[in-house]
Design a protein around this ligand. Sequence first.
Ligand code: GDP
Length: 367
Amino acid sequence: MPRDEGKHSNDDALRVRPGVEEQPSINPELGKKSRRRALSVEEYVSGIRAGDRVALGRAITLIESTREDHQRRAQEIIERCLPFSGKSIRVGITGAPGVGKSTLIEALGRRLTAREHRVAVLAIDPSSTRTKGSILGDKTRMSRLAADPNAFIRPSPSAGSLGGVARRTRETIILCEAAGYDVVFVETVGVGQSETTAHSMVDFFLLLVLAGAGDELQGIKRGIIEMADAVAVTKADGDNRERAETARAQLRSALRMFPPPPSGWRPPALTCSARTGAGLETLWETIEAYRAHATETGFFEKHRREQARHWMMQTIEHRLRADFFSHPKVMEALGPLETAVVEGRMSPFVAAQRLLAVYAEVGHANA
Ligand code: GDP
């Protein structure tokens, strides 16, 4: 039984009513924290299932919370939503700051909502985890999409390691799908491992690039091209159209040099303009074509199962590591052994063995 259940009979206006749309808001939680009533897990799940964005937003806040009781409730909600998840196409979008990610997501998202799709936009923004400053920035840039009742926009969770942000984003995808969002965009910026992380939770990975002078592949991190299921040159409008076409031709021949990816899908090079809408239709058709191809070959399901396995292993690794390094006895032994290794007095393997032995002795309370 939640804390405040049954009280606040005058707070009817604050109650989450399944199926009733609230005022669209980027963050429906703002300003409500002190007044809102705790919901039961049942209420969360039925709210989410009814497509209530406030219930969804609040459940995501639980996912993002570091409080243990919040985490417990979040996990219950996720478990209950899991059977209703999985039905969306999950699209990762990456590219350097300024390439046009937000503008594209908004333009494409609005086209999709106009066709009765329900679109969720999530973000993995590694900068916010470290500096609190955000490279992806303020999602009010997508204000028109945010105001669309068929869209749900959630900024990147702002605390913790990339691993933590990734877990929360992944769990958020499950809730969004249970809430009926059939297109989930995961936006990320190419910093550190964030692209690999985003890639590991989506079905289709889109790399956006700007037309520049010279070699179009310069400045793109190694390994990113290989992850892409399509590369699109953005801002192909006005004076930039020709350059974008040239860039696309270069990219196309560059893409041919790579061995075919495990999906057997040949990533195309495209151009698009979020401003004029040119190429957006082809872009969406490409995503649909990929889905049809991957579904037919069985890769789609296989890939998702592989991702699920990967996340299970990652979770174990994270938990074990955190437990190991949070243990006072281990930490006590760590310093001197580390010094011995650095000074060449002890082999790293022997030192690691000793530490693991200490850990095994003291038990693992939190794993
Ligand atoms: P992000 O940092 O990758 O999310 O990039 P934004 O979507 O914020 O776009 C960066 C800048 O490029 C903004 O000033 C946009 O107005 C502009 N921009 C985005 N898409 C287009 C486009 O299709 N054509 C043109 N000409 N400008 C665009």
